[in-house]
Design a protein around this ligand. Sequence first.
Ligand SMILES: Cc1ncc(COP(=O)(O)O)c(C=O)c1O
Length: 393
Amino acid sequence: MRHLAQTSPAPIGLEIERASGCWLIARDGRRYLDFIAGIGVCALGHGHPVVLEAIARQSARHLHVMVYGEYVLEAQVALASRLAALLPSPIDRVYFTNSGTEAIEGTLKTARKYTGRAGWAAFDGAYHGDTMGALALAGNTSFRAPFEPLAGPVLHLPYDDEGALAKLDQTISAVVIEPVQAEAGVRIPSVEFMRALRKRCDEVGALLVFDEVLTGFGRTGKLFALEHFGVTPDFVVLAKALGGGLPLGAFCAPSVVLDTLSHDPPLGHITTFGGHPLSCATGLAALEFIVANRLAERARHSGAQLLQQLSELIDSKQVHAVRGIGLLLGIELTSATLAQRFVEKTIAGGVIVNWTLNADNVVRLAPPLTISDDEIKFAVGVMREALAGSSVP
Ligand SMILES: Cc1ncc(COP(=O)(O)O)c(C=O)c1O
């Protein structure tokens, strides 16, 4: 571990031996229910046969053969066509990247070039990744400050506040928003706000970008969270579950917008590994399974059940509120210290949960979409016991 860079002074530090279904098996033989799905990646859980079979098939055929965009690769073409069919019209083109933050960077560049405007806008509480452009959009100043100057200019607006939208003007190329903010403590905006945002973007000629990196592929009870609002953005940014467990990101937009990347100059935005054929083949297999087995609908039902069972834990001393949409839920505790203790006790009890970056008193739940009723019951039981053992003086 001395040679592995760390991102926090207190990592969970679980030594993983293997993983199967919704369970992680540690080196010491203990089993843990994965109630965060690798932070929203493992929609089908671990070791799903559909995913393993796609990996075997594609790797026997070919792996990396050329940088993105030069050859015709069936795995890329098939996944892009499927996404274009599932996303709302006129979004019909996909640029594949390696990760979510890289897809955000590509979006920021494309919006700037397409509109000829420099500015971007984003929201308080937002998390879009950690590269210099994506981090500039972050809604938490303490994460931005040590790395400034970042890319910009960025206009930061309050989330879910219709009144603030008047600040958007003709200097803005793109407004980037998560249709549900996960890292801000699972915040669900109103339909009215999202519609007003679309209207304001149209008025000032700014492109509207939905960051569905976490909310895509059934997580919120719809295949894409945009379906909750009846709003069509100009860009949809995807990653996490997109690759079926392998690294893959994408920014998707109408051809007329994405075509700007192919000229003046050509090769102005390129990537070596973006759209790796193995990730695309696996992602397509996972996506077809999600669609065929109506996992978004299942997430809606399981999420409602989980929310109902969790709401029995609300009390004035420890749990302020629980909220959620599909299988993305937040438990708001009465303090950050309590949240930390609750997370430790829940993990010790055999259920993996974690807190959120921008709301330290909220614990986020995002289990695989395939989670069973019994597994939900088990997790809530562990959380109930964890609360009993977490009291903070
Ligand atoms: C909403 C959202 N956008 C972007 C990102 C960045 O994605 P990645 O970690 O793949 O770069 C994340 C990662 O957690 C995210 O949750």
